[in-house]
Design a protein around this ligand. Structure first.
Ligand code: ACK
Length: 216
């Protein structure tokens, strides 16, 4: 019936607690500010803009979309494959409405997205959908895509952040560590080519988050 059809959310995920949301946004703003001043960034600017000689104001380049969260399962109100099965998982029911602590291990910037990489614990992986085979990179460990979207470039959808992260992790798995640029306050900054910058957090950031769902 119609009730059943509308009972599934746009997505399930962990929603960052308000206090830490501001802290994370501050970290990202600092990174954008710093990156924009680095000679290394200017040197590779054309990779980022796609055009030689084009200027970019990084601090105004990304736009935040929706609540800060880490998606576990995109359900598309039930239209996505496996949505119903996911909603019925015992672990999902058990964790619904409960807090956890997410570990943010890196910040990344690409010409499309600004995001934070989330390293999931074994317990948190129980909430990760089993259908990762459907992802473009089946050879990566489950949960590789876990992230918080902090911003998207004009015209880019937030789904892109997870895809950008998968690309970064795939490069790392292939043995690419990126070209080390310099040590920033929060950790080493590396350049992976194609306008992709990764700041590994020397001390992972722990963020309280609530497992819930979003209806839009
Ligand atoms: O930043 P995100 O993880 O990327 O959070 C948003 C959220 O769902 C609402 O749009 C994510 N999202 C959108 N489409 C997909 C998809 N096909 N697969 C996985 N996540 C998706 C988006």
């Amino acid at each position: 019936g119609p009730l059943e059809e509308t009972s599934l959310p746009l997505f399930f995920g962990w929603f960052l607690s308000p206090t830490f949301k501001d802290k994370l946004k501050g970290m990202a703003e600092d990174l954008l500010k710093t990156l924009g001043t680095l000679d290394a960034f200017k040197k590779h600017l054309a990779d980022f803009t796609g055009e030689a000689e084009k200027e970019v104001n990084l601090e105004q380049y990304f736009h935040q979309t929706g609540p800060l969260h880490c998606t576990t399962k995109f359900c598309d109100f039930g239209k996505a494959e496996g949505a119903k099965e996911y909603a019925e998982k015992p672990s999902v029911k058990e964790w619904y409405g409960r807090m956890t602590e997410l570990t943010l291990s890196a910040l990344f910037i690409t010409p499309r997205t600004l995001g934070a990489r989330v390293t999931l614990s074994q317990e948190q992986l129980e909430l990760w959908p089993d259908d990762t085979k459907a992802e473009s990179t089946p050879d990566l460990p489950a949960g590789s895509r876990a992230h918080v979207t902090l911003g998207c470039a004009e015209g880019v959808e937030p789904v892109q952040t997870g895809l950008d992260l998968l690309e970064i992790i795939q490069l790392q798995q292939q043995g690419q560590e990126g070209e080390k640029v310099q040590d920033l306050e929060l950790g080493p900054l590396a350049y992976y080519g194609k306008g992709i910058w990764v700041l590994s957090l020397s001390e992972p950031s722990l963020v309280p988050a609530l497992f819930s769902s979003y209806y839009g």
